[in-house]
Ligand binder design. Structure first.
Ligand code: HEC
Ligand code: HEC
Ligand code: HEC
Ligand code: HEC
Ligand code: HEC
Ligand code: HEC
Ligand code: HEC
Ligand code: HEC
Ligand code: HEC
Length: 632
């Protein structure tokens, strides 16, 4: 679960939510000199299951537009450096539509839980208390309570957001699976387990304590519809082939499935007033509010196990506009997806790469609502086209037009391409080549694997493996879990490589590339080649050091300038192959050719002189070329 482990005491609440880092984007609360901000919490279905005694008993979108009678959870978030200056908090509702419109469920210092019972504006005030329990500057948050309208119909979101006055949001949404999930539930497409308990996420609005807001449950109650029919109908449809969507009363069809208001909050009173509707942040929390529904719906937990969850904290310098386009969702969406050139100025929040980064909330033109599947032009001008993997290639590339080993440009101490050059390596490009292009080019996977990165990195885990715990497959984006050794090799690779049990595949005709006397798997051989080159680089080039986290060799600009071209290029090439991090799987021949050639130029003699058994590859000046076909 995203918010696990859950809070025990109010002060602990605050610390835990702070620790969530990537998920935390402060709410639109006042940002003056106050010691703390207010956060309107997103509580997912998974959080409700695990919250135990903390009393998070109903899902919450965390939006500031809510249904009447819907619980709102507010917590204080001390601003950086202020936690130790605060002894408590005082909460109060300073504005409400009419006296008595508020039902307060909890008013503890660290959590304010209330329900607006009438449509209208609610202003909640929080006063942080200093260490003498004296009040400090107050902060407020504004909550708009309303009822549901529906996306389609005579007076609906479609009335205005239909492409006539305002951009058409409705037609693209209608193409998503969101728009029709309950229809397909009732027509038997989702099996015979569908029941009324699935409605909180398969229909619009939640159901506990939400009487009167016009959500699915509320409408069912008001028209006297027996909700048990949902299960009966779904089972009849799935078991006997009798579809039942058409039997659903029209009033319920209006509020079925996942609609605009599932993500924007109820909008009956919005009518164009933007203070009466919410736009979700691009931090993914709106998606997680439904998609975190264990044990079956666990993509958020998987994602939390991947480094994308931390991508905006990769470096303290990623505030830079150029870094944002790959390290934050806001930057990626603005710059790469929407093509806005200058993103340095208009990004105010920076969220990790989350659901809303890779998936378009409204549009299903691409499979699975993926933001982009267009071919990518790599920084060196070469075109890269890898099916759904093009999404990944926008970020996982060398970020560099030219290795630039001949000029003294300041590229930071790593002196390599950027940290994720996987697309370049798969295409067999971007390593320095001394003026002789490498003969190998794109690896076999570039042609064979239709959806590229996605097919190998998002494959299904073996049956019974809980991917919210063991980080492999699907939204963990990993193939092997180093801790347990469990991998997705069976689903990712054996469709093409029968019987393969490890990513360290032994070629059909094995070779001893690294010259250690044994014919081993590709990853072991490439690791051997990397180690041999690394040892010589560190021994020969003054000022070099190995960064074992990034697996790169770094050097200061001053020391770099003292190197000759062969030395610089060998160092650059070591880093680009090492940082590809597949250890040869992405493109075995290219990795080996580049490492062999780099060793040759660094040492000024063939590899076999140091490693007599090594199977030599691609050293143009000696005309030693591998017969690549013999590897197949
Ligand atoms: C009577 C016309 C009308 C209806 C009906 C309507 N909207 Fe709007 N909506 C507008 C206008 C006008 C804007 C402001 C557009 C702008 O400023 O660019 C807007 C803006 C929005 C925004 C952006 C708010 C912001 O802060 O930028 C959202 C989200 C939105 N509407 C969602 C909805 C949803 C969901 C529904 C159905 C429940 C809906 N709208 C129904 C007219 C309408
Ligand atoms: C907490 C919200 C939530 C609840 C409750 C929920 N679902 Fe889902 N459901 C989702 C989401 C989100 C998806 C999208 C696919 C995914 O994340 O696995 C989905 C998709 C599905 C799908 C189609 C895709 C798939 O995974 O096969 C089926 C079938 C399904 N749900 C069955 C059910 C049944 C049966 C219930 C009730 C017993 C239920 N769901 C309750 C959120 C929920
Ligand atoms: C699955 C969740 C989801 C659904 C369903 C959804 N939206 Fe959105 N919507 C979002 C998110 C997230 C954003 C913010 C996107 C961004 O900033 O790129 C947004 C942005 C908007 C905006 C303002 C910014 C823009 O992109 O123009 C409008 C208007 C809007 N949505 C209207 C609608 C309408 C109308 C519907 C129903 C037809 C709808 N949305 C359905 C999640 C959703
Ligand atoms: C109200 C609950 C709810 C919310 C909020 C929600 N989803 Fe979903 N989502 C679902 C359900 C239910 C399905 C299953 C649809 C099906 O399989 O029929 C689904 C399916 C999907 C799919 C699968 C689509 C496909 O073609 O395979 C994607 C992708 C997705 N959601 C992304 C998102 C994103 C991104 C957001 C946030 C912007 C979001 N969802 C918000 C409930 C929700
Ligand atoms: C780094 C990009 C990326 C991120 C981040 C991401 N997704 Fe996906 N997602 C994908 C891709 C690519 C696919 C298609 C996978 C496939 O075809 O096997 C996908 C597929 C899906 C599907 C449909 C297929 C399925 O396995 O159920 C759902 C639902 C989904 N994502 C939800 C989410 C949610 C929820 C989040 C946030 C917790 C999220 N995604 C974050 C890239 C991403
Ligand atoms: C918006 C940019 C972006 C997109 C799109 C993207 N990634 Fe990433 N990815 C990153 C960044 C940045 C990191 C590194 C985060 C860190 O370590 O701080 C990363 C990390 C990873 C990792 C973890 C590597 C490690 O350090 O263990 C894998 C695996 C991965 N991405 C695969 C994928 C796949 C597969 C796709 C496409 C489905 C994809 N990524 C799409 C930017 C992106
Ligand atoms: C073209 C996309 C892109 C741009 C632009 C980009 N990065 Fe990255 N960065 C990535 C990817 C992808 C990874 C992860 C590679 C992997 O894990 O294999 C990454 C990884 C990193 C890492 C290593 C993180 C770790 O923990 O392993 C740091 C540090 C970093 N980037 C800093 C920056 C800075 C600083 C900038 C701006 C000057 C920047 N990046 C610009 C795509 C990019
Ligand atoms: C043929 C399958 C395959 C394809 C296609 C593929 N990869 Fe990989 N990738 C691997 C293997 C195998 C590893 C090594 C990880 C392991 O041994 O578990 C790896 C490693 C990585 C790593 C380092 C992961 C880590 O945890 O250290 C990243 C990041 C990565 N790949 C991204 C990508 C991207 C981005 C693409 C598409 C441009 C891609 N991969 C295409 C198989 C593949
Ligand atoms: C869609 C088919 C397909 C999938 C999936 C696939 N491969 Fe391959 N792979 C090939 C083909 C075709 C070749 C070239 C012929 C050969 O070596 O058998 C190849 C070659 C290789 C090579 C030698 C590479 C080279 O550049 O010569 C390795 C290592 C490898 N695969 C490992 C893997 C691993 C590990 C996985 C799973 C993570 C995987 N492959 C998934 C089709 C696939």
């Amino acid at each position: 679960m995203i918010n696990q482990p859950f809070l025990i005491s109010p002060s602990k609440t605050v610390r835990l939510f702070f620790a969530l880092g990537a998920m935390l984007v402060l709410s639109a609360a006042a940002r003056g000199a106050a010691l703390a901000d207010i956060k309107n919490l997103m509580i997912s279905a998974g959080d409700v299951i695990t919250s135990g005694s903390q009393g998070f008993n109903i899902r919450s979108t965390g939006l500031n537009t809510v249904g009447i009678n819907k619980t709102v959870y507010l917590v204080p978030i001390p601003k950086t450096g202020n936690a130790d200056k605060i002894s408590g908090y005082q909460w109060s509702v300073t504005t409400q539509p009419a006296s008595g419109s508020v039902s307060i469920d909890s008013n503890s210092s660290g959590l304010f839980k209330f329900r607006p019972t009438q449509p209208g504006r609610y202003i909640v005030q929080m006063v942080p208390l200093d260490l003498n329990s004296a009040p400090t500057e107050a902060v407020t948050i504004s909550i708009w309570a309303s009822t549901y309208l529906g996306a389609e119909g005579d007076w609906s979101c479609a009335t205005c957001h239909d492409g006539f006055y305002l951009p058409d949001k409705v037609t693209p949404w209608k193409g998503t699976l969101h728009a029709t999930v309950l229809k397909r539930d009732l027509n038997g497409e989702h099996g015979n387990h569908i029941s009324k308990s699935c409605l909180p996420c398969h229909a619009m609005g939640d159901y506990v304590n939400t009487l009167g807001d016009g959500n699915f449950y509320d409408v069912a109650q008001s028209i006297g519809f027996d909700l048990n029919l949902i299960g009966t109908w779904a089972a009849d449809a799935a078991n006997n082939g009798n579809p039942h969507w058409d039997d659903l009363p029209a009033a319920l069809k209006t509020v079925a499935s996942v609609q605009c208001e599932s993500c924007h909050g109820p909008g009956k009173t919005h009518n164009g007033d933007t203070t009466r509707i919410s736009v979700p942040l691009l931090d993914g929390s709106i998606c997680i509010s439904c998609h975190d529904g264990p044990p079956h719906h666990i993509h958020p937990d998987e994602w939390k196990n991947s480094n994308h969850y931390n991508s905006n904290t990769a470096s303290s310098t990623v505030v830079n506009g150029e870094c944002n386009k790959c390290h934050t969702t806001e930057g990626f969406v603005e710059k790469v997806v929407r093509g806005h050139a200058d993103i340095a100025t208009n990004i105010t929040t920076r969220s990790a790469i989350n659901c809303t980064g890779c998936h378009d909330p409204h549009d299903a033109s691409n499979p699975h609502q993926i933001r982009t599947v267009a071919a990518v032009t790599l920084p060196n001008g070469k075109s890269f086209n890898f099916g759904m993997g093009n999404l990944c290639a926008n970020c996982h590339n060398s970020r560099i037009a030219d290795p630039n080993v001949t000029v003294d440009v300041n590229k930071g101490s790593s002196r390599g391409a950027h940290h994720g050059p996987q697309s370049d390596i798969i295409l067999g490009t971007s390593a320095y080549d001394w003026g002789y292009s490498y003969s190998v080019g794109a690896g076999p996977h570039y042609l064979a694997v239709e959806n590229g990165c996605v097919e190998c990195h998002m494959a299904a885990a073996p049956a019974g493996v809980d991917t919210s715990v063991v980080p492999i497959g699907s939204h963990t984006f990993e193939i092997t879990d180093p801790a347990s050794g469990i991998s997705t090799v069976e689903s990712a690779c054996t469709g093409c490589h029968e019987g393969l049990t490890t990513t360290d595949r032994i070629l059909r005709i094995p070779h001893d590339f690294d010259g250690n006397g044994a014919n081993q798997g590709v990853q072991t051989e490439v690791t051997g080649l990397l180690t041999n080159l690394k040892n010589q680089l560190l021994a020969r080039l003054p000022g070099t050091s190995y960064n074992s986290t990034l697996e790169t060799i770094s050097i200061s600009t001053a020391d770099w300038k003292k190197l000759n071209l062969d030395q610089r290029a060998a160092l650059y090439n070591f880093n680009i192959i090492s940082e590809d991090r597949s250890r040869g799987v992405h493109n075995t021949r290219y990795a080996i050719a580049v490492l062999n050639r780099s060793y040759y130029y660094l040492m000024q003699h063939p590899y076999t002189k140091d490693y007599p058994n090594a199977y030599l590859v691609d050293i143009p000046r000696n005309n030693t070329r591998m017969e690549w076909d013999r590897l197949m």
